[in-house]
Design a protein around this ligand. Structure first.
Ligand code: 1CP
Length: 332
């Protein structure tokens, strides 16, 4: 149990907790080595030993306060029997959406397919380097998962047809049910915090927020809290994080880089995570520190977890990540 959880529990911490979205990923040469030899991304996620090695890679380099399991939000469509492949220079490509078939999958089917993920959580949580830290498990947000399942590739722009999808209420219920199961299994195997990545929440029209964002997320947040585990939400690029927090009541909220840290620190009382533009890690050191300081200053009197407004970019120099972590750790 680490200082990340202490921070979310409103306890004083010796320094500002820090971890990064996509801290295990393509900016690390040791990740690229493994990835090069393992062209099937889903199979790599389902290789517990290699996935553990990837999860630990950033912790061996930097003084991070949390590990996040190397996995993907699209393992839920995969577990629900929709084909998922990752193509080079394209991203995810999903197979036909057969809702009838999806509704037939049982908990046993899902657990069987995702067993290696739970094994990954278990063997990672037993590692010495992770024991004193937090181990973050995660799921995609219901909306983001639904959108990939419907669109079958990265959405970028929204096709309004999704709102007319037939049998969508049954599908949404099935996704929520699977998300809960996936969260429960990760916690049983050693995840100490859960994060919900709703990366495409910002594409939703205002009048669709209740049905596709607030309602399913509230259900999952309440479920996770009842399991005694803290939950961080990242409904990326939504108009009002304040309204989201008032309705969904997560334990902590991740903000994107368009949010003004000073303003939000006055609007929201719960611990805040992230914000800094991942592009700042591509600047020269002093400009990177200047941007980091802006967030650290803004949240000086607020519970704050240092992170970014989105994942680390593949062209980032690992030495800059190291320098940034050290800068955060030394900040008083
Ligand atoms: O080599 C490669 O091409 C793999 C790149 C990669 C990695 C490192 C993908 C493909 N997924 C991951 C791991 C991953 N994905 C993690 C691991 C833990 C960590 O953060 O270190 C996590 C939490 C995710 C979550 C995820 N996957 C999200 C939500 C967060 C976000 O980035 O917005 C999403 C949208 C995905 C889908 C996905 N996975 C990968 C790609 C290329 C995409 C599509 C992104 C898009 O549609 O633009």
């Amino acid at each position: 149990m680490g200082i990340l959880k202490d921070c979310i529990n409103n306890k004083k911490t010796s320094s500002v907790p820090v971890w990064f979205m996509r801290q295990a990923g393509r900016y690390l040469p040791e990740f690229r080595d493994i990835r090069f030899k393992n062209t099937n991304f889903i199979n790599l996620c389902l290789n517990s030993k290699l996935a553990k090695e990837i999860t630990l890679q950033p912790l061996k380099r930097f003084e991070l306060d949390a590990a996040i399991i190397f996995s993907d939000i699209l393992l839920i469509p995969y577990a629900l029997d929709q084909e998922v492949v990752f193509e080079k220079n394209f991203g995810p490509r999903l197979g036909t959406l057969n809702i009838k078939n999806i509704l037939k999958t049982t908990h046993e089917d899902i657990i069987k397919k995702l067993k290696p993920v739970y094994e990954l959580v278990k063997i990672t949580s037993n590692e010495q380097i992770v024991r004193k830290k937090d181990l973050i498990g995660f799921v995609g947000g219901t909306w983001t998962i639904l959108l990939y399942m419907f669109n079958k590739k990265s959405p970028k722009n929204l096709s309004e047809e999704i709102y007319q999808l037939s049998d969508q209420d049954k599908l949404i219920k099935k996704i929520v049910d699977t998300q809960k199961l996936h969260i429960k299994k990760q916690i049983e195997n050693g995840s100490t915090i859960i994060q919900i990545f709703d990366s495409w929440a910002g594409l939703l029209d205002e009048n669709k927020l209740y049905k596709y964002l607030y309602e399913p997320t509230l259900e999952i947040v309440e479920y996770t809290k009842n399991l005694g585990v803290k939950v961080i939400c990242f409904p990326r690029s939504i108009e009002s994080y304040k309204k989201f927090c008032d309705i969904v009541k997560p334990d902590a909220i991740n903000i994107d880089y368009k949010v003004d840290p000073y303003k939000i620190s006055e609007q929201i009382e719960i611990p805040i995570q992230g914000g800094m533009d991942p592009n700042s890690l591509l600047l020269d050191r002093n400009d990177m520190y200047k941007d980091a300081k802006k967030y650290l200053d803004a949240f000086k009197n607020h519970k704050y977890i240092f992170n970014l407004g989105h994942g680390i970019m593949p062209k980032t120099d690992p030495e800059n990540v190291k320098a940034l972590v050290n800068f955060v750790k030394e900040f008083k």
